[in-house]
Design a protein around this ligand. Structure first.
Ligand SMILES: [Zn+2]
Length: 424
């Protein structure tokens, strides 16, 4: 009797991440944090890959939601290659600077800025007493290689609308009152009672938290540091251990942790979590729900594989939600079609401008996108996981688009088309 053996599916094998762009911007920043006040300077050494007719900076702390809680952000000076330029505020979150230059021409941009942190905003900026935190708190250079400046408007959803290329963080210096701890993006390269200095080879944004934190550390696949604001009940050491457990499972699926360490900061006022490269802000007791796992998933999907969060919010949220579901064994809460309200079915790929003022952003993007990915995975988990690993490897250190997903994660294309994440 002839026997038939199922032919093994050829799985793609991607074992290492694409290297960071050698021409990525280099950022040097110096900030002084004192209660609600942040005053700083930053220097970008920037080589655009396209000709530019102006320079653009984004001031995300001046978006409508933090502004309602007293946030203010301003650019106080700009020089380009040593000569002063007059910055112009063209919208609350956009500053343009006169400049024109050819593709490939390197420039040095020096920016002075001030930031007044809001109080009581459920946001990435905040202050309570001597505890201060901010992320996307320094003017950002919203450059997308091959595309140009990203100037989409801010959103009033609990969401990001920013784009930023990866940068080499040459040096981040944080000055603060003595007696306080600092957790910030990057690896610590210098520290005394009132100053922390960090650096990082490739990060697309920076987060900083200063305060009277209870600290705990853990080591495993990566070094984790947890800071809990005094007065909050969370156990820093428990969260540090839980972080390792989540990371172990994420690393096994997507590849090595993209940064030299991760800091988790437990803060007041936030409900939910907010991801930044190597830093996560979250609220009290949120290691008990999906937040910690979800935000750690973003270190690959948003951090390592970047996206334009205003144009393609599903690219980071659907994948981080999928990561959280696989990590915690909760896929069944995302896969039923009934989990997505009829009004937003087929809208998973819509930009933040579509979601402005609409309900069901979470279910339309997070749940619908993750549901599609998880349904696709269920058809062939080994192929899905291998292809996903290739998507991460090929798009590491870049800003990905839905077309990049379609190219690598072919097993999920029909499901993603069905929910409107990838154009038909
Ligand atoms: Zn998220």
């Amino acid at each position: 009797m002839p026997t038939t053996t199922a032919r093994p599916v050829a799985l793609p094998s991607c074992t290492s991440y694409a290297a960071p762009d050698p021409k990525r911007p280099v950022l040097t920043a110096d900030v002084t944090v004192n209660g609600r006040s942040v005053v700083g300077t930053e220097r970008f050494v920037f080589t655009p890959d396209l000709a530019v007719s102006e320079l653009v900076l984004r001031l995300w702390a001046a978006a409508p939601v933090p502004s309602k809680y007293g946030s203010k952000q301003a650019v106080t000076s700009v020089t380009v290659d040593g000569s002063a330029r007059t910055p112009r505020r063209t919208s609350p979150t956009v500053v343009t600077v006169p400049y024109s230059g050819a593709a490939g021409k390197r420039m040095t941009i020096d920016v002075g800025f001030t930031l007044t942190l809001p109080v009581g905003a459920d946001e990435r900026w905040g202050n309570r007493g001597t505890t201060s935190w901010f992320a996307s708190g320094m003017p950002l250079l919203p450059w997308e290689s091959g595309h140009g400046w990203d100037v989409e408007p801010a959103t009033t959803q609990f969401a990001e609308a920013s784009t930023s290329p990866e940068m080499r963080l040459d040096r981040l210096t944080v000055h603060h009152a003595s007696g306080l701890a600092v957790l910030a993006t990057g690896r610590t390269v210098g520290q005394n009672a009132t100053t922390l200095v960090t650096s990082a080879p490739a990060v697309r944004d920076v987060a900083v938290a200063v305060g009277p934190f209870r600290l705990a550390r853990s080591t495993g696949s990566t070094r984790a540091i947890v800071g809990v604001m005094s007065g909050l009940p969370d156990s820093a050491s428990t969260i540090a251990q839980e972080t390792q457990a989540h990371l172990k499972r994420h690393v096994a699926r997507y590849g090595p942790f993209p940064y030299e360490q991760v800091s988790i900061v437990v803060l007041p006022d936030i409900s939910g979590g907010i991801e930044y490269p190597g830093v996560i802000f979250m609220s009290t007791r949120q290691d008990r729900d999906a937040t910690l796992s979800h935000e750690l998933g973003h270190e690959w999907f948003y951090g390592l594989v970047g996206d334009d969060q205003a144009r393609d919010p599903w690219l980071d949220e659907a994948f981080a939600t999928m990561a959280e579901a696989l990590d915690r064994g909760t896929a069944s809460s995302y896969t039923p079609l009934a989990a997505v309200p009829a009004a937003v079915r087929g809208k998973a790929g819509e930009p933040m401008t579509y979601w402005e003022g609409r309900t069901y952003y979470f279910r339309g993007v997070y749940v619908q996108g993750a549901g599609a990915l998880l349904r696709a995975r269920a058809t062939n988990p080994r192929l899905f996981d291998a292809q996903l690993r290739c998507y991460v490897a090929h798009n590491a250190h870049r800003i990905a688009t839905p077309a990049d997903v379609a190219k690598d994660l072919t097993v999920a294309v029909p499901a993603l088309r069905n929910v409107g994440a990838i154009p038909r």
